[in-house]
Ligand binder design. Structure first.
Ligand code: ARG
Length: 587
């Protein structure tokens, strides 16, 4: 089903042509002055220049040639605007068609793409902290939006599992438990099945080791050497690495599940290791890679560069792989195994330079053909109320689980006055509302912007917040339940021409669904969906307050009203699903 603006535009185009003007002037936009009209066409102004006539004359003749079942009223306003108001019957018919379709009339994209998404990106053996929240939240939402619009999307978590942090952990463990068989180069037997540490120990070992290595040069050297030996395949280190991976991945899975974020692939930097050697050899043979100051690098600067873009670092002096290397080698297997049309990275915007380098190097060396698009979505920082990166009260890095716990208990407190809920229901609702608060608080912003994580604001039931959207849905759920209790089953969806301003505004807002989703998909911007559902919720609440649905006497009228709020609620539910959260039954 075509988008409403498109349909109106087709009719307007016909009118322009019939009146003797170029149909391209018939561009229709949603009105910026809803008090005057619903849609507008401003092309007569531009046409005036081409045809050397007054815009008013052009607009008048276009309107007189207009023959559209969609447009109820077309006014010409000085100096040549065409203000349009939809025909009420046509609008209800359009909504009826939307309601019948499981995608609410959204047409799947004409050429569906094979898309890979790289998001999440947690580092193994470090607790998941708030710094990794945005990538997961934004990435998951973009993935859902692109899938809903008809693309095939594969999400890959791209674990940070092959870098220096592994060498640091090995080094620290060797100091603490030197007698473990993993450190004995002569050892040839099987290694223990049980890991020599718990997850809690692991989470303590990493920061300790990291702090030590910053102060102690020798320690740092040892960690680098351990990293290199691991990457070289030293048996005992690989066995330790497997323990670390196993524990961490289980822990991460729990955390992401709680966030309602899921990945199709749990690959990591380490999965690129077998591709590194051949990739580097080929780059050398093709003349792209050369040794500079002992390291192997590949130039990626371009003449048009305004600032210096340093070369990609392929191998360190000691032969160890780097962040650039694993990202490039990851592209090798992604192209080979998945042939994506597009790869989208959702990563902190401070890593932009890294991705410029990697993308350029991948293109230059032929790892990624021109037919595959590489997109970097750099997100801003989540700050605390003080405007600095969000920290715990003590100034440390906040664990993601702690943050969620805090918001959940705040929500639980808030809804505890509702004695209509069992304890279990209340807990479930608190979890859902908390997730909505956190995710919506993030997604409503343009991703590249920094934002302030303000718990009080995000958890409010009023205003532009996740809980407000959920509250709107819950309200309608409850009305539908009461309707069923009073009148039996819900009526078949039916719409009649709106009989109040609030109903009309609600209808118009509903009809904008497809436009909002398209924009969100084209711009990879979940914030578009947030803006849409905030508007829809406002219109829905206004209608709800003005209309005592259950008390409407006329059956037909009552059924129309119920159909309207039901469709709006279904759309809200679909939209929050695309944002990655869901509504409770009560709150
Ligand atoms: N693990 C990285 C970090 O914490 C993020 C990974 C982003 N994805 C990538 N392909 N480099 O900074």
């Amino acid at each position: 089903m075509k988008e409403l603006t498109e349909l109106i535009q087709e009719d307007m185009k016909e009118a322009f042509i019939k009146a003797g003007y170029d149909g391209d002037f018939a561009k229709v936009t949603v009105s910026k002055r809803p008090d005057l009209c619903e849609y507008q066409v401003n092309g007569a102004m531009a046409a005036a220049k081409k045809y050397k006539k007054s815009p008013l004359e052009i607009a008048t003749s276009v309107v007189s040639c207009l023959n559209s079942s969609l447009i109820g009223k077309a006014d010409v306003v000085s100096p040549g605007f065409i203000n349009l108001t939809l025909d009420s019957k046509a609008l209800s018919l359009y909504l009826e068609k939307m309601a019948e379709d499981e995608k609410f009339g959204l047409e799947p994209v004409k050429d569906p793409k094979n898309i890979m998404m790289d998001y999440g990106g947690p580092n193994v053996a470090k607790p998941l902290h708030v710094g990794h929240l945005r990538s997961a939240v934004i990435g998951e939402s973009i993935k859902r939006i692109l899938e809903f619009t008809g693309n095939k999307v594969i999400g890959d978590i791209h674990l940070g599992d092959w870098g220096t942090q592994m060498g640091l952990i090995i080094t620290e463990l060797k100091i603490r438990k030197p007698d473990l068989p993993y450190f004995d180069p002569e050892y040839t037997g099987d290694y223990p099945k049980e890991p020599p540490f718990t997850m809690a120990e692991l989470e303590e070992i990493y920061p300790t080791a990291s702090a030590k290595s910053k102060k102690d040069k020798e320690y740092h050297e040892k960690a680098l050497e351990a990293t290199r030996q691991l990457q070289d395949g030293r048996r005992g280190y690989v066995a330790l690495w497997k323990h670390i991976m196993h524990l961490s991945v289980n822990d991460l899975k729990k955390n992401y599940e709680r966030l309602n974020v899921s990945f199709d692939l749990w690959k990591g930097e380490s999965d690129s290791k077998e591709y590194i050697g051949p990739m580097v050899e080929k780059m050398k043979a093709d003349g792209f890679a050369y040794v500079s100051n002992g390291a192997l690098v590949c130039d990626v600067s371009q003449e048009s560069d305004k600032k210096t873009i340093p070369p990609c670092m392929l191998l360190k002096t000691d032969g160890a792989a780097l962040y650039d290397t694993t990202d490039l080698a990851t592209l090798v297997w992604r192209m080979k195994d998945y042939h994506p049309d597009r790869i989208i990275y959702v990563v902190d915007k401070r890593q932009e330079l890294h991705f410029i380098q990697v993308f350029r190097c991948a293109r230059k060396t032929g790892i990624v053909p021109d037919s595959t698009d590489l997109t970097f979505i750099g997100f801003g920082t989540m700050n605390g109320k003080d405007g600095h990166p969000f920290k715990t009260r003590e100034g440390g890095v906040m664990r993601l689980s702690t943050l969620l716990d805090d918001v959940e208990s705040k929500m639980l407190e808030k809804i505890s006055s509702n004695d209509d809920m069992s304890e279990e229901e209340a807990c479930d609702a608190a979890k859902k509302i908390a997730l909505a608060a956190v995710k919506y608080g993030d997604l409503q912003n343009v991703a590249s912007k920094d934002y302030i994580f303000d718990v009080d604001q995000f958890t409010a039931f009023e205003g532009n917040t996740g809980p407000y959207i959920l509250y709107t849905i819950v309200r309608i759920k409850s009305i539908l339940k009461k309707y069923k209790e009073k009148f039996g089953a819900l009526p078949a969806i039916s719409f009649g021409p709106a009989d109040s301003g609030a109903a009309r505004e609600l209808e118009l807002s509903i009809s904008g669904f497809q436009r909002a989703v398209r924009q969100a998909a084209d711009e990879l911007a979940p914030s578009r969906i947030c803006a849409y559902i905030y508007d829809l919720s406002e219109k829905l609440n206004k209608f709800y307050h003005e209309t005592k649905i259950l008390a409407i006497e006329d059956v037909r009228e009552r059924e129309n009203a119920v159909s309207l709020v039901r469709l709006a609620m279904n759309i809200l539910n679909k939209c929050i699903d695309m944002l990655g959260f869901s509504a409770p039954d009560k709150m």
